[in-house]
Design a protein around this ligand. Sequence first.
Ligand code: DLL
Length: 435
Amino acid sequence: MTKFYQKEIETMPLPELRKLQNEKLVKQIKHVYDNVPYYAAKMDEVGVKPEDIKTTDDIKKLPFLTKDDLRDQYPYGLMGKPLKDCVRIQSTSGTTGRRVVAFYTQHDIDVWEECCARAIMAVGGDENDVVHVCYGYGLFTGGPGLNGGSHKVGCLTLPMSSGNTERQIQFIQDLQSTILCCTPSYAAFLGEAMKEKGIKPEDNTLKFGIFGAEPWTEEMRRNIEASLGIKACDIYGLTEISGPGVSWECDQQAGMHICEDHFYAEIIDPDTGEVLPDGEVGELVFTPLDKEAFPLVRYRTRDLCVLEREKCKCGRTHVRMRKPKGRTDDMLVIRGVNVFPSQIETVLIKDGYDPNYMIVVGRENNTDTLDVNVELLPTMTDEKVEQIAKREKQLETDIRSILGIGAKVHLVAPKSITRSEGKAKRVIDNRKLID
Ligand code: DLL
């Protein structure tokens, strides 16, 4: 039977939900206009005043915010509360120049953790569960978000963080973990590692998985479910809006319910900015309805997906989003980490190479692979094989220190990478992500 963390809100009849959203939106836009001069100026520019926003239908009058605005205003320019009222920051994994830093008041943390608590109970968890969190902890929102949600439900929480697979397996066995939280690629890897150790799916205590932070397919879901002997559910979120828990799948595994009492979602045409009807693919845009410290309005996520309104069998009324189909920008999510081609380019140029390279992303055994082909300079072509291998190792070390994940570097002959007359194509993404 479906479990709920906040049943009344999660199953709220639509007219009541709309009323709640409208009330919150009116208050929120006033809060932003009064406290975020940067956004107030944007509203003034298009001649919209807080009084013009009475219902969610009016939201289309408001200007968008994009990642560029966030980079521009880094770090304090979009804050809605003074620093003394903030208790936490989290940050995206982008490491070049200006990363996105999001601020939280205690209220913001409570809302975020409640959304994660909803996700844990929606898959079937309750206070009897042992929640094994191997998302990264620290600036990344994965670990802290699920950790907080698990506390709210009252589960025994294992703050494992990522890596050290031997120890993960030992703790799963010794502490009898029942809910696994990590990226789907790491879940697949754990499944493989357990198999190699001769641990059968029916021999572990795991029941459910809450996997997200990167795109994954239905095929991958089935593989993970079989290899770990669990039910695997998707969870979505982004640092700018709070972190994991913005939406999540219930035990029906039929799309991710957006916590609509906290986040108003729209789908827009990424080229024109026009709002699209439910069921059409477009860019997902969020307006948090009660965030205090970092209150973004109409934030363009660059994630492409579809919203579905039909009522879910679980009884929840909140809209569902399908798995994101990709992104409108060039950011790659590799093993859950955000990677920009420009980060790799920076390393290459710093190490003395020309920017003639190709990034090849693939997927082997359900884990993302990252290869970087880089042209040798003509002056290097006479070097011995050992010398070239040493160069490759050096680049791999430098790329890892910037990205935080490993890449395989291949130095190739000068002029062997196709030049482009228009925009350069730097990435070949061989992962088949669209269902
Ligand atoms: O990845 C938050 C998170 C942590 C979500 C743990 C779920 C679990 P960021 O690092 O800011 O935040 O990256 C956000 O990752 O815009 C999507 O492109 C992608 N993403 C997140 N969840 C999913 C998912 C966290 N379930 C960016 N499916 C987002 C596909 C996802 N893509």
